[in-house]
Design a binder for this molecule. Structure first.
Ligand code: FAD
Length: 540
């Protein structure tokens, strides 16, 4: 296979234009181009008012590949294509007795379990929440009727925190083994749109993701695995530094010396249990802030100029950073084009926001987190759980400022910058349900964070015209941007620093920051576990 990088074509090119461009670029006959696979398609919007172009990376089969490559030996954009297929690292023996446990069925646990199942290890998944169907009902009960189910919500249940999300599937992780391709490939096999394999910033959207996750669960079960919902792990059995099993909330005990811990960032009771048990945990940096909403049309115009609304480009996104005078970095986080701000608490008496969208991304508003990085040394000194405690305090205050009924506190951007409370909406209507309460957001976060955001918004307005418009809406608060703890592991065995057989993984353990990276981490720990389990069997 040959790979060509940086093949650019006009936005409105015809279906056969790509093939013609390849034939021309390689100077071969059309009949000698045997197969074309688009590996990646992005667009270059730097010339948004003259010509936005698509940039392709394509993998090709051609006749006489060696000769073609020899002709392009000095051309960095025409190279042999890397092999991006996934090869399993282990196969379970038929006499396998020791079944691995996977705690948590978010993207990390899902991929860990799927990989283990595909290698024949028949994992048992323990998930505290419910299956996608029941969970969807419970989550909507908070959004529509202000009824929270602490064990079945945006954070907990089949599919994990990423289920009701924008379903953005990109990440900046280093991925020399192409695990992200494996994640995408499995999503497509389970019903995700084929284009996620090649578009530059793929996304699935909430409703498609629910079907995909349920299908993947069926495959795990068909391969001999088990998925147990409403099975909260409340304790670990540890003997002499080796994990020996888990205890569930209903009192059941399951024995295993190989346990993947894919908890997500919101399982605070489980973090406390691990800390009590002496599993190595440390506090880590995260970020706090608000969600901001603007009309999507305004963002499209700023980003895509005369191409705003072009069907091939979809709703535009943005990424912004500002280094404030007080030394704090303020940045946009989890931007959701054409989406909604959602209530994302998993605990009674607390309010926290996040964002989601459907595949079509055609809601009126664009939203993103505008957040300030914080770190343990400066902002929450104390023990490993000090960040968790800070989140809890801030989320409680947000609940009170919102009126103590799961509505969120909100303020117009202009009023926030001027430091006056808001009392009336302008043109931008907030999308958060069950609703917002207008007022003053400044008591909701520490003063340094308020100052930094106040300074950043006008700076962002200089990058995206209208970003700091008076009637844009800020909804509070964003605290669960990433895990406040790291459950540290050895970099080679991927087992906990001080608990053998325990594989901390995914976002909750501090090893991922999104759906794709959590899925990739799930693959990594599944491989490490499979190899260790086989070597234990050899040694026995
Ligand atoms: P999680 O998805 O959090 O899964 C952890 C699972 O473990 C949960 O299902 C939980 O119930 C279970 N669990 C926890 N404790 C226990 C226990 N003691 N016993 C049994 N089970 C337990 N990321 C993106 O990349 N793109 C997006 O567009 C995006 N949008 C988001 C929108 C929202 C509203 C939210 C909340 C998050 C979004 N994210 C997005 C972040 C993304 O969802 C997470 O990064 C990702 O889900 C982390 O995966 P994970 O498997 O590590 O943890």
């Amino acid at each position: 296979m040959i790979r060509i990088n940086e093949l650019s074509l006009p936005l409105d090119h015809s279906d056969d234009a790509l093939r013609r461009a390849i034939v021309k670029r390689l100077n071969i006959r059309d009949a000698d181009l045997l197969d074309v696979t688009v590996f990646k398609r992005s667009y270059d919007a730097r010339k948004k008012n003259s010509a936005i172009v698509f940039i392709y990376i394509v993998d090709l089969e051609v006749r006489d590949e060696g000769k073609v490559l020899a002709r392009f030996a000095n051309d960095l954009h025409v190279r042999p294509a890397p092999d991006t297929r996934y090869y399993p690292v282990a196969e379970a023996p038929a006499n396998l007795e020791a079944r691995p446990l996977v705690i948590g069925f978010g993207p990390c646990g899902l991929f860990a379990a799927l990989l283990l199942a595909q290698m024949g290890f028949r994992p048992i998944v323990l998930e505290r929440g419910k299956n996608v169907r029941s969970r969807t009902k419970d989550t909507w009960a908070l959004w529509r009727k202000k009824v929270l189910s602490p064990e079945s919500n945006v954070q907990f249940g089949e599919g994990g925190a990423g289920l009701f999300s924008d379903g953005k599937l990109y990440s900046q992780i280093k991925d020399p083994k192409f695990y992200a391709r494996k994640v995408m490939h499995e999503f497509v096999r389970a019903g995700a749109p084929e284009e996620i394999m090649y578009v530059n910033k793929p996304h699935i959207g909430t409703f498609r993701l629910t079907g995909v996750v349920a299908k993947m669960r069926e495959e795990i079960i068909a391969l001999g695995g088990e998925v147990r919902f409403e099975s909260r792990v409340t304790d670990l059995l540890i003997d002499n530094g080796q994990v020996e099993g888990v205890v569930l909330a209903n009192g059941d005990t399951l024995h295993s010396r190989h346990v993947i811990l894919a908890l997500g960032h919101s399982s605070r009771d489980t973090f406390r249990m691990l800390h009590r048990q002496g599993v190595h945990i440390e506090a880590k940096p995260f970020a706090i802030g608000f969600r901001i909403e603007h009309p999507q049309g305004m963002i499209d115009k700023a980003r895509l100029g005369k191409y705003a609304g072009h069907p091939a480009l979809g709703a535009a996104d943005y990424k912004l950073v500002h280094h404030a005078k007080n030394g704090r970095a303020v940045y946009s986080f989890c931007m959701c084009p054409g989406g909604t701000v959602v209530a994302a608490t998993s605990e009674p008496g607390r309010v926290v926001t996040n964002g989601m969208s459907q595949y079509s991304r055609n809601e009126r508003n664009a939203n993103s987190g505008i957040v300030v990085g914080i770190n343990p040394e400066q902002d929450f000194p104390g023990d490993a759980l000090a960040g968790v405690e800070l989140q809890e305090r801030l989320e409680e205050r947000a609940y009170e400022l919102g009126g103590s009924d799961y509505c969120a506190p909100a303020q117009l951007v202009g009023d926030f910058i001027r430091g006056v409370p808001s009392s009336e909406f302008g043109e931008v209507e907030p999308s958060y349900t069950p609703g917002v309460r207008l007022g003053d957001l400044s008591p909701s976060l520490p003063a340094f964070a308020i100052d930094a955001i106040r300074e950043a918004l006008p700076a962002f307005g200089r990058k995206i015209r209208g970003f700091d418009r008076d009637n844009a809406i800020l909804t509070g608060i964003e605290t669960r941007t990433s895990s406040p703890v790291r459950i540290t592991r050895h970099h080679d065995t991927l087992q906990s620093l001080n608990t053998r057989g325990l594989y901390p993984a995914g976002e909750g353990a501090g090893y991922a920051g999104g759906i794709l990276s959590a899925g990739v981490d799930g693959i990594k720990v599944a491989e490490a576990l499979a190899k260790a389990l086989l070597s234990d069997m050899d040694a026995a």
